[in-house]
Design a protein around this ligand. Structure first.
Ligand code: PXG
Length: 293
């Protein structure tokens, strides 16, 4: 395959030549934001939603993105075209840009925009069939008063610490609680549980990313006739749920069958979860911003 072409601040570089400065505050301090976006069937899935979330994150960290939303969308589409993307994964990064060795963003005159359009490695197909075994991390999700998990920031150490716990336990994902013990989300996925045919997901304010796949899952589940309630719950409720599933751009919708050694429901991906997985797949296949006219 030809080498990937990476967008950096308006120019395209071969993957091997695509480099940013070691003085970029994204590198020095994790100062910046990013989005992980999917393309299905030659369309960017939920393009506007990802762009909107990026600009909201920028607002929250007081970062001025040097492109309009329209220009950003065009850059995304063009990067996909240059890489012949039909189905793929797009990583959009906006860093604070080049500054000096001090913390202050005031020393960074211009934010930097990077777009990578590549393929994506999914969880093994078998895991979608059989469901996933996971653990709860001892690392708590960032307190929104310190660093709001709604900001998809370049500082993912909180999530990475939880992921290390998952790796050590030999499972692919970890559930994260807030400092009060309320279930928030996972390292890269939102979480849902189902009890007596009602679907529950934590409200965003407990400390979670306002996931775009989460919103789609809520919309589709409601269209299917299920009641979806945003409500706080604890591990007790999770262990005793009939079904559990995760949502995320990378994972899509995936069933969870075991948490901390407790079997969820009857130990296979639940009935409602499986229906939702199918409905999601169908919905995602013909939605989004067309890459090729
Ligand atoms: N919570 C967190 C902390 C995330 O990072 C989600 C929830 C799901 O949100 P979306 O909007 O994607 O439904 C995320 C998203 C990766 C990767 O490469 C991670 C995400 C998205 C895409 C790729 O690990 N996390």
């Amino acid at each position: 395959m030809e080498e990937r072409l990476i967008y950096i601040d308006g120019d395209y570089y071969n993957k091997s030549e695509a480099k940013v400065s070691v003085f970029d505050h994204g590198f020095l301090y994790g100062d910046g934001i990013f989005e992980g976006i999917r393309a299905y069937n030659g369309r960017i899935f939920k393009c506007k939603e990802h762009i909107d979330r990026l600009y909201q994150g920028a607002k929250a960290i007081d970062l001025n993105i040097p492109l309009s939303k329209t220009e950003m969308t065009e850059a995304l589409l063009e990067t996909c075209r240059k890489n012949n993307i039909k189905d793929g994964y797009i990583r959009l990064i906006v860093s604070r840009g080049i500054g000096d060795l001090g913390l202050s963003p005031a020393k960074c005159p211009k934010a930097s925009v990077v777009i990578i359009a590549d393929s994506i490695v999914l969880y093994p197909a078998e895991m979608y069939e059989k469901g996933m075994k996971v653990i709860t991390a001892s690392t708590r999700r960032n307190n929104p008063a310190s660093l709001d998990p709604q900001i998809k920031s370049l500082n993912y150490l909180n999530n990475i610490l939880a992921k290390i716990e998952a790796n050590r336990a030999g499972v692919p994902e970890a559930i994260m609680l807030n400092t009060m013990g309320v279930v928030c989300e996972c390292t890269g996925d939102n979480i849902f549980i189902i009890k007596d045919n009602v679907i529950y997901t934590p409200p965003i304010y407990v400390g979670a990313l306002d996931g775009i796949t989460r919103a789609v899952a809520i919309e589709l589940a409601e269209k299917m006739g299920y009641k979806v309630i945003e409500k706080e719950f604890t591990l007790f409720n999770l262990y005793n749920a009939d079904e559990c599933f995760f949502t995320g751009t990378a994972a899509e919708v995936i069933g969870v069958t075991e948490v901390d050694g407790r079997v969820i429901g009857d130990g296979v991906a639940g009935k409602i979860t499986r229906k939702l997985m199918d409905v999601f797949k169908e919905y995602a296949s013909d939605q989004g911003e067309p890459i090729y006219s």
